[in-house]
Design a protein around this ligand. Structure first.
Ligand code: T46
Length: 126
């Protein structure tokens, strides 16, 4: 998990700085909003891209699978993110239409960076 600096005054201000909370150079930022309720997203791993994902509104449950251990995590607070290093299979579910996921990524988008087949993912690990 990655904890941002949170400044509480009349609002909540959350800060992500490269070299402090973020351990890689950020090459891409994207966000996912208005998912279809009940939709499953993710279901892939990235070969080289390192990412940190924040649920900045609404709810999400994430499945994280490194090929040895599979665990489910919730992200109940906007300043607590989950790191998705390379070769971490991840799935997002139980989102509502209010859910907003913000992702900081270490690389530009490339479809060749994705492994979308679970068997292929397992084979790549060994
Ligand atoms: C993750 C969640 C939250 C692009 O063209 N550029 C991009 O930067 C991205 C992220 C996607 N796309 C295209 C590729 C696909 O044709 O948008 C389509 C859906 O992308 P993807 O399958 O990556 O969508 P999600 O929501 O299943 O997953 C993405 C991230 O890959 C994933 O790591 O954490 O968003």
């Amino acid at each position: 998990m990655v904890e941002l600096l949170r400044i509480e005054d009349d609002a909540s201000l959350c800060v992500a700085e490269v070299g402090n909370q973020i351990p890689f150079e950020i090459k891409r930022v994207y966000y996912l909003l208005k998912p279809k309720p009940g939709e499953l997203r993710g279901s892939h791993a990235h070969r080289e891209t390192d990412q940190i994902l924040f649920c900045i509104q609404g709810t999400v449950k994430m499945v994280l699978d490194d090929g040895k251990t599979r665990e489910e995590v919730c992200l109940p607070e906007a300043h607590i993110g989950v790191r998705l290093p390379p070769m971490m299979w991840h799935e997002m579910h139980d989102m509502t239409k209010e859910t907003v996921l913000l992702v900081l990524a270490s690389k530009e988008y490339a479809e060749s960076d994705y492994i979308r087949d679970y068997e292929e993912f397992k084979n790549c690990l060994f």
